[in-house]
Write a protein that binds this ligand. Structure first.
Ligand SMILES: C[S@@+](CC[C@H](N)C(=O)[O-])C[C@H]1O[C@@H](n2cnc3c(N)ncnc32)[C@H](O)[C@@H]1O
Length: 220
């Protein structure tokens, strides 16, 4: 089914900040459609026992139960700008220990410096208001030796997705590399992959995605 321009605009807004009943549905849909990207991003972090993790924009957090069993004594924090998603993530994950979610403004990361061993974010970079400031925030909260993985669908693919013209900032690998290098982080891997997903209008499409991983060296 082809969506009207109004429906595409509404979907784009819900992807940016899911709200209310339709936000809950979009949250479920994202967690399903993006599961492969999320899994690949988590794998790139090499999570170890006792790690403290930050996820930016977890949506409904349906994947968090699988993260905290990867190693022993993991502490997970998820920050999101959507009240609907934070509440839903708390409902879904309420029985997990050392897991918490917090509503944030999307511009500041409300943690002290050098707090996290690993930071990750899937499909949120399109919505960062001031990308360099936010990248700096990420670098600030990472411990020395810590890593960050940012996954996104590159500009070349996004340009073919009908809702992406409504409020998405599109990135290629070079622009995300520069953003992270400007914070002083060192890029350690950039993996491009493709997958088949169902589009908003129901047909199967091939989609490219990128997982970019950077490290905070001890002298940063
Ligand atoms: C497109 S969804 C992606 C959800 C999930 N990460 C995934 O890949 O399926 C974007 C999520 O990030 C949140 N978000 C958008 N901008 C954000 C920001 N600057 N900081 C934190 N969360 C943000 C939205 O509320 C939403 O839950």
């Amino acid at each position: 089914m082809k969506l009207s321009e109004n429906e595409l605009q509404e979907l784009a807004q819900q992807l940016r900040c899911p709200d209310g009943e339709s936000g809950l549905k979009v949250g479920e849909m994202m967690n399903f459609t993006n599961s492969n990207i999320i899994i690949k991003t988590i794998e790139s972090l090499n999570i170890k026992n006792d790690d403290t993790l930050l996820e930016i924009g977890p949506g409904n957090g349906g994947h968090v139960k699988d993260i905290i069993t990867i190693a022993k004594n993991i502490t997970y924090f998820g920050i999101d700008i959507s009240e609907t998603m934070v509440e839903e993530a708390e409902n879904i994950n309420g029985d997990l220990e050392n897991v918490s979610f917090r509503l944030t403004d999307g511009e500041h990361i409300p943690f002290s410096e050098k707090h996290f061993d690993a930071v990750f974010t899937c499909n949120t970079i399109y919505f960062w208001k001031d990308p360099q400031d936010y990248a700096n925030e990420i670098a600030r909260v990472m411990r020395e030796g810590g890593i960050v993985s940012i996954s996104f669908i590159p500009k070349s693919t996004m340009q073919k997705i009908p809702f992406a013209k409504y409020g998405f900032t599109l990135y290629d690998i070079e622009s995300v590399t520069s953003l992270m290098q400007n914070t002083g982080l060192t890029i350690i891997s950039v993996v491009t992959d493709t997958e088949m997903v169902r589009s908003t209008s129901g047909e199967k499409i091939e989609r490219e995605f990128v997982v970019l991983t950077a490290k905070k060296q001890s002298n940063t």
